[in-house]
Design a protein around this ligand. Sequence first.
Ligand SMILES: Nc1ncnc2c1ncn2[C@@H]1O[C@H](COP(=O)(O)OP(=O)(O)OP(=O)(O)O)[C@@H](O)[C@H]1O
Ligand SMILES: [Mg+2]
Length: 163
Amino acid sequence: MKSRATGIFEMAMIRRVTHAYEETLALAAKFAKVLKRGDMVCLFGDLGSGKTAFVKGMAQGLNIAPEHVHSPTFTLMNIYEGKVPVYHFDLYRISVADLGGLGYEEFFYGNGITVVEWSERLEELLPKDHWHVTLTHAGDDKREIRVTVQGKSLKARLAKVKL
Ligand SMILES: Nc1ncnc2c1ncn2[C@@H]1O[C@H](COP(=O)(O)OP(=O)(O)OP(=O)(O)O)[C@@H](O)[C@H]1O
Ligand SMILES: [Mg+2]
């Protein structure tokens, strides 16, 4: 019997291991070069896995001073003005129910690039077209970073990323 294609075959992935904080920044800065207005970057990973470091690196790649990048704690989102605006969300303390009334969706397909820490919280609300970035502790200062995408257009762009 012929096996049926499942969603998993539609995905493409890049996997790298960084060995220091600065290496994660540099990797994320290169990654950012392929991003465009309207893109959504969803970060997954435990406490201290390097999500904010990744956002700082992305910022560098988009001509935003990384020292401006901090996880929003008292606001839902920080906005950084660079080559394009970057909307930085951190959903650690936010439940999906809380998100409901906040009008956050307008940023997802908006004028800039959206990056979300703790995307685990969004679950089924995630749009299909997003950059799925998972950071995992791999011992000491090592972090495994996986970038996964679905769909023809993002796969073509992922193929151009030189990390
Ligand atoms: N290879 C590495 N890449 C990134 N960070 C590293 C690496 N090695 C060690 N670190 C350290 O891990 C920590 C990562 O912190 P960061 O705030 O980026 O994590 P986070 O995933 O955003 O955490 P949180 O869930 O609290 O938001 C920093 O203290 C950093 O110095
Ligand atoms: Mg963080």
